[in-house]
Design a protein around this ligand. Structure first.
Ligand code: PLP
Length: 418
């Protein structure tokens, strides 16, 4: 006899939706703090306030013209239908070529998965592998979504704090100490959101040496900011540094940050075939293929001219230097100079316990960010959202003029703290 698994729509009106109606899963996660700050800044701006938003994690540049043209061509050629769930063959080929060219890593198209942004790729991998009780090591400060995605997937995030004294990088001893028989993944993100810190070849080798001793631990390397490293810094990724880890590493990347394509929603990863297949199964029952047009645009991003990357890097490096220098002139702020990404993560220990000119008690970094927004119109994200306080994150992916004005306002806000 057939079993009825669906009983029709729940007879609950939206306005009477009670907490009891919501899932236990939802209770485990919170909305993204970075998106919340961006929305708040947008609302205040719409209400006529003079707001400078330093909250959003996206380049202020336009998507390069050749990429936009490729998308228009895809539309005109009718490439507007469902595609293979985890990516068109042309894009998988382009991704394999990118890994070979830029990272010295050999992958076949069957080892590649394409999703709706880097976010979906990471989410699929966690959903496809985590069981209740599984632990995932997440260096803190971390990108806001890692712990919540782990919890959504039923796992337990294990934060390992890396403070300003180690330039926001964890040590091999810390990694070793965090590993238990339950550890399933180590999430590695270099250059980092929110700190911009990037691990040198030697620092990464020291971490991969630890991982070699623990064959049950897999590595999820989030290389989203690969192309944003400054001065002579050399970007490296775990599977490249330690080939013996290749069979248990998922190397994740995307076009969002490097090619100013945040709205197009294309992310990708390469790893063992069985894992890639499992990720495809999750995607096949949730969103199916990423947007067909965006996939053709991503082929052009990866195969087309790459000069854009070097130009961008120059602009971001100049802005980093400007922001680090101006923030270090603000009273009570200590801002390290990061190697990459487009974020800085200043320490504000010396500001805690003070009172602002507007009368706000600066009890923690959230109070600092709230008072800063209300009194000066500068929107930043407080450190607690990233798991390390007291700090705040500045995204310097905005114009030099806006950055200069924002830093001046931060300086005068700090000067007014008593
Ligand atoms: N990983 C890191 C470290 C990020 O900062 C972001 C975006 O902010 C992502 C992944 C997700 O990127 P996407 O916009 O492609 O989903």
């Amino acid at each position: 006899m057939a079993m009825v698994l669906w009983h029709g729509p729940a007879k609950i009106k939206p306005e009477s939706l009670s907490m009891a109606f919501l899932s236990d899963t939802l209770a485990r996660v919170k909305p993204s703090a970075t998106i919340a700050v961006t929305n708040k800044a947008r609302e205040l701006k719409a209400a006529g306030r003079d707001i400078i938003g330093l909250g959003a994690g996206e380049p202020d540049f336009d998507t390069p013209q050749n990429i936009k043209d490729a998308a228009k061509r895809a539309i005109d050629e009718g490439k507007t239908k469902y595609t293979a769930v985890d990516g068109i063959p042309e894009l998988k080929e382009a991704i394999c070529a990118k890994f070979k060219r830029e990272n010295g890593l050999s992958y076949t198209p069957a080892q590649v998965s394409v999703g709706t942004g880097g976010k979906q790729i990471l989410y699929n991998a966690l959903m496809a592998t985590l069981n209740p009780g599984d632990e995932v090591i997440v260096p803190a400060p971390y990108w806001v979504s890692y712990p919540d995605m782990v919890m959504l997937a039923g796992g337990t995030p294990v934060a390992v704090a890396a403070g300003i004294e180690t330039n926001f990088k964890i040590t091999p001893a810390q990694l070793e100490a965090a590993i238990t028989p339950k550890t399933k993944w180590f999430i590695f993100n270099s250059p980092s959101n929110p700190t911009g810190a990037a691990y040198t070849r030697a620092e990464l080798k020291a971490l991969t040496d630890v991982l070699l001793r623990h064959p049950h631990v897999w590595i999820m390397s989030d290389d989203m900011y690969e192309h944003l490293v400054f001065d002579d810094f050399e970007f490296t990724t775990p599977a490249q540094i330690e080939p013996a880890l290749y069979d248990r590493t998922l190397t994740c990347n995307g076009v969002s940050k490097a090619y100013a394509m945040t709205g197009w929603r294309i992310g990708y990863a390469a790893g063992p075939v069985a894992l890639i297949k499992a990720m495809g199964t999750i995607q096949s029952q949730s969103t199916s293929n990423p947007c067909s047009i965006a996939q053709y645009a991503a082929v052009e991003a990866l195969n087309g001219p790459q000069d854009f990357l070097a130009e961008n890097k120059k602009v971001f490096q100049r802005r980093r230097d400007l922001v680090v220098s101006m923030l270090n002139q603000a009273k009570g702020i200590n801002c390290p100079r990061p190697e990459g990404a487009f974020y800085v993560y200043p320490d504000i220990s010396a500001c805690i316990g003070k009172t602002s000119t507007g009368g706000a008690q600066i009890t923690d970094d959230e109070a600092f960010a709230t008072a800063l927004l209300e009194e000066t119109g500068v929107a930043v994200v407080f450190g607690a959202a990233f798991g390390l306080s007291p700090n705040f994150r500045v995204s310097y992916a905005t114009s030099d003029a806006a950055l200069e004005e924002a830093c001046k306002r931060i300086q005068s806000f700090c000067a007014g703290l008593r």
